[in-house]
Write a protein that binds this ligand. Structure first.
Ligand SMILES: [Cu+2]
Length: 142
């Protein structure tokens, strides 16, 4: 009697575990297209967000960059340049991404991103604000 009830329970628990793991994994993928990172020298927080989730492979797409000061206010009219590549493969980006618009509230539209192979990618952001230079290094894997 004990045995017959215990076995189905084990199956249910295993099924629940698998379902939960699958849900957690899909949540991770969603989070992997959005990051928050700090500048060097400190002073800026960058909120980076791919406009496609997950970050697509070998497809031109856009990211949104949100720049926030250490006081928590959005930073407008920053001059942002972006370069990048794959350090392990010793090559750069296949495209030349650039900021193409400022929708407001410290947000910048970065267009022309295309990551042409799977692996570790690194983006280098240089943010100029009133002749002060900030840097953000952002690594992620595809
Ligand atoms: Cu590569």
């Amino acid at each position: 009697m004990m045995r017959t009830t215990w076995l189905p329970n084990k199956i249910i628990i295993t099924t629940l575990f698998i379902l939960t793991s699958t849900l957690l994994l899909s949540k991770k993928t969603i989070a992997a297209s959005e990051w928050e990172t700090q500048s060097q020298p400190p002073g800026l927080t960058l909120h980076l967000k791919s406009q496609q989730t997950p970050v697509p492979l070998n497809q031109m797409h856009q990211w949104e960059i949100e720049v926030i000061s250490s006081q928590g206010t959005p930073v407008e009219n920053a001059d942002i340049t972006v370069t990048g590549g794959m350090p392990e493969h010793d090559h750069g980006l296949a495209t030349a991404p650039r900021v193409s618009g400022q929708p407001g509230e410290g947000k910048y539209l970065l267009e022309g991103l295309r990551f042409h192979m799977p692996g570790e990618w690194k983006l280098d952001f240089v943010i100029m604000i009133d002749n002060k230079r900030y840097q953000v290094e952002h690594s992620f894997s595809l």
